[in-house]
Each structure stands twice: as C-alpha cells, then as structure tokens.
Design a protein around this ligand. Structure first.
Ligand SMILES: *[C@@H]1O[C@H](CO)[C@@H](O)[C@H](O)[C@H]1NC(C)=O
Ligand SMILES: *[C@@H]1O[C@H](CO)[C@@H](O)[C@H](O)[C@H]1NC(C)=O
Ligand SMILES: *[C@@H]1O[C@H](CO)[C@@H](O)[C@H](O)[C@H]1NC(C)=O
Ligand SMILES: *[C@@H]1O[C@H](CO)[C@@H](O)[C@H](O)[C@H]1NC(C)=O
Ligand SMILES: *[C@@H]1O[C@H](CO)[C@@H](O)[C@H](O)[C@H]1NC(C)=O
Length: 875
C-alpha cells in the first residue's frame, strides 16, 4: 500500500511537472511574441478595390532572439468593418472569430519557422477604406492554448502608432472619387482669415434666446459677496442649483437689496420650458419668472451664462425665451465602449448648460449589455463583459480594441442603483432618459447571454430539476458556417418566431418600468429596429417549425408590431430607428403600431433615403432628426487621416457644418455625397423631385448621436462631442433668422455672419466655460504661413494660444510672431486653450529663411503628424 501511494505520488508529480512545463512553454511563447513581435501596418491603396476589398500590409517583425515555430499561437486583432477570412501568402491565416475580432495564426504546413530577425509581410483584405488612423484599433493580443493572453506591446495605447504615416493620397483618400484632401497649414491660415478681428460680446447667450432687449447704458456691478438668492419653494431645485453654481448665499427671505428671486407665474403665454429673465440694473435685482420648473431651470442657465461672461459688469436686460423644438437630445452609446456614471453625469451637466432635454441611452448592442435586469442576471453577468476566454459563459469576445482583459471600458454596466443615480440627476435637470434596448438586430450580447442561460437550464433539466427558471431563448439557428458568412455578426438578430423572444422583451420592459417608477416614470422606450441583415432568419428552426416563410423585412415588421403591442400594453410609447418601420418602399402604416406615439429617428440619409424623413412625418410618426450627415458625432471633424472619426455618411462634420443645418428645409441640407461630390436635389429621389414635407409639425426635434466605436477614453468621448454639441443645441433651441431667407446666396452670406458671431463666442466664452467644468473638446489645429520672414499663425476660434516646438514635441513654448533668423526650421505647432489643458493635434511646418530671399514650403500636406508627445498631451 505504502509503495503504491509512493508510485501514485510520483506519477502525480510527473504529471504536474509535465503540465507546468507545457503551460510555461506556451506562456513563454505568448510573452515573447507580445514583447518582441512588432506590428506595422499601412493601407496599400484606398482608391483601388481588389475584389471589393481594400488591401492592407501587415508586417510582423520578430525583433528578439527566438525563432517562433509552428503551433497553436494566435495574434488577435480588431476590425471596424470586417476583413476577409483567408489564407495569407505570408504563411499565416486570418480567421474571423466574431464581430470585429480576427486572429492571425500559422496556416498548417504553409507556415515556416518565423525566425529571429525576420519580418513577415502579409496582405489582408478589408471591407472598407482605412483612411484614418482611428479606423485601426489598439491592443492586439496573443494567445497560445490556455496561457494567459498578453497584449502586443507595439499596438498598445491610444496613439495607434503601429499604423504608418498617411503620406500619400492613396492612403488618405476614401475611394477614387473622394474630393477632399487634408488641409495644409497654409490652407488653414487662409481659411481662418475670415475669423480675423473677432468681437467679444459678453452678453451673448448660447443657445440664442427667443427675444432679448438690453440697455448697455444701465450698468451694475455683480459680485458674489454682495448678492444673494432668495430660496424658492416652487423652484427648490432651481434656486439651490443656482446658488451652488455661482457660489452665492441663499436665504429664505430677502436679506440684501441685491438679490435674485424666482417668481412662479401662471401665464398662459408661457410654455413649461419658457421663462422670462429680468435684470434690473437700476434697482439692482434680478428676477426669473416661469410657470414651471423646466422654464425656471433654463432661466437659471441663461443667468449663469451671463454672469460667467460679464466679468462682474452686468447691464439691464429682459429676456423672453422658449425653445424651437420640444425634443433636444443626445444619444449616448454605452455598448461599444462603456461610459462610467460620472462621465454621464458630466454630460448631463453639459446638456443642461445648453438646454438639452433628452438623453437617449443606447444601453445594448452586439458589443455589450449595460443595464442590470435583476430578473435576468445573465444579461450583465456575461453581456456586460468583454474578455478573451476559451470557454463559453464567461464574457463576450474582445471588440473595438478592448484587449484580452475585463478591466477596460469594454466591460461595465449600470447597477439598478447607479442607473437610478443617473435618472435622478437627469430628472432634477429636466432631462428625460429614454433607454434603448436594441431589437431585433444588434442583439448579439443579449443572444449570447440567453444562450448561456439556456445551457444552464438544460443542465438543471438533465439532473431532474423540476422548478426550471423561465427560458428567454432569443435565437436558435442551425449551426452556421462562419467561414462562408460575410456578416460581421452572423447571429445577432432576435428570432421573431420564438415565443421566448417576446417574453424576454416583456420582462426587460417590466424591469425598466420598475427601475424608473420612483424616480422618473418611464414614458418612452427606444426599441432599436435598425440594420437587420437580410436573410437573418433564413436558418431559423423556430420559423421552419412554425411554417413561417416571410422575407426578412416582413418578419421584422411583424416583430416590431408585436413589440409595439407589448410596450403599449404597459403604457409605453416607443422610439425606433427609421429602417425599423420601413418594410416596403414607404413607411409602415402608423396604425400597425399600437403605441400612442411612435418616435422615428431618421439616420440613414444617404442617397434618396433623405426622403424618408418627410414620409415619416406625413405618415403620422413623430420625427426626431438624427441625420447621420450632420448629427452623427462619431464622424470625423475634418477631412484628415489624423482626425478621429468615421466617414461613411459624410466626409466630415465640423461645428460650422452643424451650425448650418436647416431642420425646417430638409432638402436644403443635401449638398454633397459622402466623398464631397455635389448632389442635385432636383433629380435625387429616383431621378424625381423629392416629396414635400406636408406636416412640419411632426418634426419634433434634433438628436446628436454619440455612437462610440471610436470613443474609448473620456477625452475621446468629449473630443467628439464638443463643441459640436453646442452648435446642435443652438439649432434645436433657436431658429436663426438666416434660415428663412429664400435666396441661397443671401442666406449663406447671413449664415456666415451669424456663424462668425457664434464662433467668436465659442473662443471668448463657451470653451472657457467647458474648461471650468473640465469637459474636453476639439480645438482645430492652427493655420501657419511664412510671410516676409515672419512665421504667421492664426486660429479658427479667437482667444486661443499657439504653442510651438522645435524638438519634435519634447518641449513646447507659447509662440508669438516675430522675424525669424536665416536658417532652416522644423516646427510642430498646436493650438491651446487659454484656460484649460486642451490642445489641438499638432501640425508640422518645415521652412527655410535665407538672408537674401524667403522661401517656404511645408512638406507634403500629409506629413501633418501627430507626435507621441502631443498625443500624450491630448489623452
Ligand atoms: C392659472 O390660470 C388659469 C386661468 O388662466 C386658472 O384657471 C388657474 O386656476 C390658474 N392656476 C393657478 C395655480 O393660479
Ligand atoms: C475578470 O477576470 C478575472 C480573471 O481573469 C476574474 O478573476 C474576475 O472575476 C473578472 N472580473 C469580472 C468583473 O468579471
Ligand atoms: C465553410 O465555407 C467555406 C467557404 O465557403 C468552405 O471552404 C468550407 O468547406 C465550409 N465548411 C463547412 C464545414 O461546410
Ligand atoms: C407560441 O405561441 C403560440 C401562440 O400563443 C402557440 O400556438 C405556440 O404553440 C407557441 N410555441 C411554443 C414553442 O411554445
Ligand atoms: C478632469 O478630467 C480628467 C479626465 O478627463 C481627469 O483626469 C481629471 O482628474 C479631472 N480634473 C478635475 C479637476 O476634475
């Protein structure tokens, strides 16, 4: 017996040594590749499609001293639009895992040892242009069997420095017909000329009030020591909020003759969001009159803006104000990249500053499920996490550069309490939260979580458990051949033929109603409806069993109808993306959907889809303009490969373009296609004139969409939002006088004058107000030009600093124009906020000054590089 035990121990020891040895070999390999294999990529030519794909060179260099032999190692990487699952000439294979996740791995015998010092050059095929650095994702990672995955060092961080410079038009063009090219520093300098001689109007308010009268000759000083606020019982929150923001004393009665007081009115001319702000500079008191709390709150915001701008010197003013649109919203996507509670609260504060009142909260998508549903715990147990796992039921696969671990913003959710914190914060500030649960498409996270729940139920069943938890199975297709599927997410559409799909939706809506009820009762739920891939349910077992053979569009229509039934039976209105209720070549009948109000969010305005907006309004839907061409703030703010953002709907959308939106004249906004080619609207809708909007009253507002594929960090999130959101708020609160001018040339002239006032105000006032609240934003890079031996610089917005570096960004100094000595120079230049640590990206400017003659050139425009140092400053 003793001897036998000895033997057993020995064997276990041997086995243990064997396992440890094996694991450590794999781990050693993973660690080695992560550290010593460096990645470099560049697109070959965005203007030439090969079999419909854009080719990209991926070079892997083995920079260490170890040869890498054939084996089970894999190098994972993410793609925004998808790549081809294919054998590569370099001896590797590029496999599609799921969604945007791919991995490179030795291709059987075709792989020869990857020797120390060697570089493998592979050509990969992309489904879309790669014309911007932010199209590429960071945090590639390596695995081998069950070794701990490691991030490839050369791909870490937000700099995306593994992508080579965009130094030719082949790399920065979005297709052959792209009309844009990046602006050179000189071109910027010339464009910014129109911003010369800025004017500061300290009493300008954004968004512009409906009516302002002022008398600059009646002036009073305003300082927080001498003034007080009279607490208002009717406007409890508003009066204390004002005291907090200004840091001013609040008393229950008038304790000084310099006071701000609230008056609750019952004036049938004032709507719930209207107010009257009266600044009596002679008597030295201020009154905010409103019928209801939202009005008082907006009066407070106007007053705060005036006080922050006026530098202690206030003039007599009377402001009567009311909004242009009832719906002034921001959609925040927390699924692609999670947004912690404190970012959301900060965004609500920013929304409040600019009188925005709807937070459309995109809580679910393929890449994540972000709200706790206590009755269905798997949704967050699995659906809120992204990590690399070899076993099911742990997390969703890494996406969008979230890397192998569950510690990034690929992972996260709002607990019921956290969500209530957001709700309360929003409700106090008169922001309605509209949660979005994406159905039936964009549901991979929920489907994965419910498949896992199903497997748990089956296990319980197999051991004879009687009380089985309810099933919420959402998808039950035949196994699909992933290799042959062109879809990024081959199984991401909730199955309309499964009864459990509807039980799931009902359960989730119950939970949302319950969470909202004590804080801000739920009125509207957004149920998604967009982008169901054609053929999504062709393999559905449930549809086969129930003998349902409808087109994808018809299936979806029947699904949306049932979802609307469920929602309306619970007293809810629904919101849907436009393609969710457009099954045929016209909007579905509004009567098909039982909810009293159906809010439609037209987003896809490419091609003649622009006409959908008018069609929906005329079919009785309430329309919230979410036009991807103007209001998708995941899109880039300039036609430059170094500018963060997407460009599928439009080549770029900057603040100026948002300011130019004309919500009442939909077709006037259609000027060019997504690569800048002019569009003739008269022949645009199937070659005919587009349908005229008969029911403008059904256009109820605007919404900026913050789809967050490329917003991993807080700075990236705010960089994409601001100052575009300020312009969007302006459009949704105020109808500009220029919008009503019929003559296009006159209209544009007047628009440009008003834009100039708006942008002067951004530079003098609003950006500092954002700085004060620690909200980042984008600053445009400076314009630069050498003129008569002086390096002339300018900025788009006034009141900013310019910094220069002559040591490739190691050190920076504030730049002031002066004569430059003879010599040749290489400068980096960037714009900086005067009141905060916000910088533009830097631009390179190389020039030479000779004693006899002046010459100037900037290296190819595409040499505008983002240096590591300026990045560190931006991030
Ligand atoms: C407000 O005025 C209306 C008539 O204009 C009146 O019926 C109503 O009672 C008033 N409400 C309050 C609270 O005074
Ligand atoms: C994250 O992963 C680690 C192991 O890799 C695990 O121990 C931890 O529980 C996970 N955290 C969450 C929130 O799932
Ligand atoms: C999957 O599709 C690919 C490409 O069409 C094909 O080569 C492969 O044989 C298929 N695999 C299976 C299991 O059907
Ligand atoms: C689904 O519901 C329908 C109608 O209520 C019923 O006829 C059918 O049997 C149900 N199917 C399953 C699989 O429970
Ligand atoms: C400002 O925000 C940044 C992140 O964007 C954060 O790191 C910093 O601590 C904040 N500063 C203050 C004063 O809140």
């Amino acid at each position: 017996m003793q001897k036998y035990m000895m033997k057993l121990h020995e064997n276990i020891l041997l086995l243990w040594i064997f396992i440890v040895h094996e694991v450590s070999t794999d781990q050693h390999l993973v660690d080695y590749i992560a550290e010593h294999v460096t990645v470099k990529v560049h697109v070959v030519d965005n203007t030439a499609l090969i079999d419909g794909y854009v080719q990209e060179y991926v070079s892997l260099s083995n920079t260490g001293s170890m040869d890498i032999s054939n084996g089970d190692w894999k190098i994972y990487h993410n793609s925004l639009y998808g790549k081809r699952d294919e054998e590569l000439h370099c001896g590797l294979r590029n496999h599609h895992a799921l969604g945007g996740l791919y991995y490179l791995t030795p291709n059987g015998d075709k792989f020869k040892t990857f020797k120390a010092g060697e570089t493998l050059v592979c050509i990969i095929h992309n489904r879309y242009s790669l014309a911007a650095r932010s199209d590429y994702m960071p945090n590639w990672y390596v695995t081998s069997n069950d070794a701990e995955p490691k991030t490839v060092v050369s791909t870490m961080g937000e700099g995306i420095n593994y992508v080579e410079d965009f130094d030719s038009y082949l790399r920065w063009k979005h297709g052959k017909t792209d009309q844009y090219k990046p602006y050179s520093p000189e071109e910027r300098y010339d464009m910014y000329k129109m911003y010369d001689s800025p004017k500061y109007n300290p009493y300008k308010i954004v968004p512009t009030p409906w009516s302002v009268t002022s008398n600059r000759r009646v002036v009073m000083t305003f300082n927080i020591e001498e003034w007080m606020i009279v607490y208002s019982d009717a406007f409890k929150f508003e009066s204390t909020y004002l005291a907090d923001i200004l840091g001013i004393a609040i008393h229950t009665s008038r304790a000084s003759n310099k006071y701000i007081q609230f008056v609750k009115t019952n004036d049938s001319n004032l709507g719930p969001e209207s107010y009257n702000l009266n600044i009596d500079a002679a008597l030295e008191n201020i009154e905010i009159l409103a019928n209801e709390n939202p009005g008082a709150f907006y009066g407070v915001q106007t007053l705060v803006s005036l006080i922050e701008g006026c530098n202690g010197e206030m003039i007599a003013m009377n402001i009567m104000d009311k909004p242009r649109f009832l719906y002034r919203g921001i959609m925040i996507d927390t699924a692609r990249n999670f947004k912690p509670v404190k970012w959301i609260l900060k965004m609500i504060d920013a929304m409040s500053m600019y009188k925005l009142n709807k937070l459309h909260f995109h809580l679910t998508d393929d890449e994540g499920w972000r709200i706790q549903i206590p009755s269905i715990p798997e949704l967050t147990e699995i659906g809120s996490k992204r990590c690399h796992s070899e076993i099911d039921g742990v997390c969703l696969p890494p996406q969008l550069g979230s890397g192998p671990h569950n510690t990034t913003l690929g992972t996260g959710f709002y607990s019921v309490d956290e969500y209530k914190t957001i709700l309360k914060y929003a409700d106090d500030r008169h922001v309605e939260v509209i949660p979005e649960i994406e159905t039936p498409g964009h549901s991979s996270a929920a489907i994965t979580a419910m498949n896992y729940r199903e497997s748990k139920i089956s296990r319980l069943e197999s051991i004879g458990e009687q009380n089985l938890p309810p099933s919420y199975l959402l998808e039950m297709s035949m196994e699909r051949n992933m290799t042959s599927s062109p879809l990024k997410w081959p199984r991401n559409a909730i199955d309309p033929c499964l009864n459990t799909s509807y039980k799931f939706i009902s359960k989730v809506l119950d939970a949302l109603i319950d969470i909202h009820k004590d804080v801000q009762p739920l009125k509207t739920v957004h149920v998604g409806g967009d982008e169901v891939p054609d053929g999504a349910w062709d393999e559905s077992q449930a549809c086969k069993e129930n003998d349902i053979h409808l087109s994808t569009k018809q299936q979806q229509k029947s699904f949306m109808k049932q979802v609307a039934d469920i929602a309306s039976s619970k007293g809810l209105d629904i919101g849907v993306w436009d393609d969710g209720v457009y099954a045929e070549d016209k909007p579905d009948s509004k009567e098909d959907y039982k909810s009293e109000n159906v809010y439609v969010y037209p987003w896809d305005t490419r091609g003649d889809k622009i006409k959908h907006t008018a069609e929906f309004a005329d079919a009785g839907y309430k329309v919230v303009l979410s036009l991807a061409t103007y209001l998708y703030f995941g899109h880039t703010q300039g036609p430059d490969p170094e500018e963060r953002g997407l460009y599928w709907a439009t080549r770029y959308t900057d603040t100026q373009k948002v300011f130019g939106l004309m919500p009442d004249d939909l077709y006037a906004n259609v000027l060019e296609d997504n690569v800048g080619n002019t569009i003739d609207i008269n022949t645009f809708c199937d070659g005919k004139i587009c349908p005229i909007l008969e029911n403008p009253g059904n256009i109820i507002g605007l919404e900026a969409s913050m789809f967050s594929e490329n917003m991993r960090t807080e700075e990236e999130f705010y960089y994409m939002g601001f100052p575009r959101i300020v312009a969007m708020a302006e459009k949704s609160w105020h109808k500009a006088s220029w919008e009503d001018i019929n003559d296009v040339i006159e209209r544009n002239k007047e628009r440009d004058i008003q834009w100039k006032e708006f942008s002067d105000n951004l530079g003098f006032k609003e950006l500092s107000r954002l700085d004060k609240r620690n909200i980042s934003y984008r600053l445009p890079p400076p314009g630069v030009r050498l003129e008569e031996n002086v390096l002339k610089v300018n900025t788009k917005y006034p009141n900013l600093l310019i910094e220069a570096s002559n040591d490739i960004g190691k050190s920076w100094e504030t730049y002031t124009e002066s004569k430059i000595q003879a010599g040749s120079y290489s400068y980096l230049l960037r714009t900086k906020s005067r009141t905060g640590d916000i910088y533009s990206r830097s631009v390179e400017f190389k020039f030479a000054v000779s004693s006899s003659m002046t010459s100037s050139w900037s290296w190819s425009t595409s040499l505008i590089i983002l240096t590591v140092i300026s990045l560190l400053n931006l991030l």
